[in-house]
Design a protein around this ligand. Structure first.
Ligand SMILES: [Zn+2]
Length: 220
């Protein structure tokens, strides 16, 4: 399987290369292909809101160990999911990427539903992964959570027939599994630090005869 990585322009080229250099250290059946030219959002596609730390605490994180000043304000730029997936489709056309090969947009902006990663529910194999704000979850090096979320994509697709079926089967209660939904954003810490898969998902992987080499590539 080939997975195509694209970036929006606020993701710096050196960050993009750093992600690619890390993920390709783990060989397996999935081949990652990067397309250097960045996606440019138009002004109309970007929404900006001023959030105080208290709201960031509520909506984005919170690591209990970190104290933030409640009066500090931050400008948060976010983009709609439709815009993200429109740009994925544009890149598909531009680079002649077949429908069966996933396209993943790496974006540093927040997104409409404030997810770490999301998938196009239209049935097309488009996704995004958020590259920003990981320091808020006590992950000082953004590469590791981003690469984990990227690596999970082909395994999820092997476990289910579509992205939408995969999303429907997310675990609502966190159990330290790749398929945890993480509605409470700080649950991402459990999911990423365990880097594991629960017995139910293991059974599904077994029952669907998912390639062992793919599993090994994800749980390197
Ligand atoms: Zn699971």
């Amino acid at each position: 399987m080939k997975i195509h990585l694209i970036r929006s322009s606020e993701v710096e080229p050196h960050q993009f290369t750093a992600i690619y250099d890390l993920i390709r250290q783990y060989p397996g059946p999935v081949q990652y292909i990067i397309h250097e030219n960045p996606v440019e959002y138009s002004i109309d596609e970007l929404e900006v809101e001023i959030w105080e730390e208290e709201r960031i605490g509520r909506e984005i994180m919170l690591s209990d160990e970190i104290m933030f000043s409640l009066c500090e304000e931050h400008s948060i730029t976010y983009v709609g999911w439709d815009s993200i997936f429109d740009h994925c489709n544009e890149s598909r056309r531009k680079y002649r990427i077949p429908d069966k090969e996933p396209v993943v947009l790496l974006t540093d902006h927040a997104n409409e539903y404030n997810w770490f990663s999301g998938s196009d529910q239209s049935g097309k194999l488009n996704m995004f992964v958020h590259t920003g704000m990981w320091d808020r979850f006590t992950f000082p090096d953004f590469r590791y959570p981003v690469v984990y979320l990227l690596a999970a994509i082909p395994l999820r697709l092997s476990m289910y027939d579509s992205f939408s079926e995969s999303v429907k089967n997310y675990h609502q209660e966190p159990r330290g599994c790749m398929n945890d939904y993480c509605q409470d954003k700080k649950d991402i810490q459990l999911k990423l630090r365990t880097g594991d898969i629960c017995p139910e998902c293991r059974k599904r992987i077994h029952d669907r005869n998912v390639d062992n080499h793919l599993v090994a590539q994800v749980f390197f």
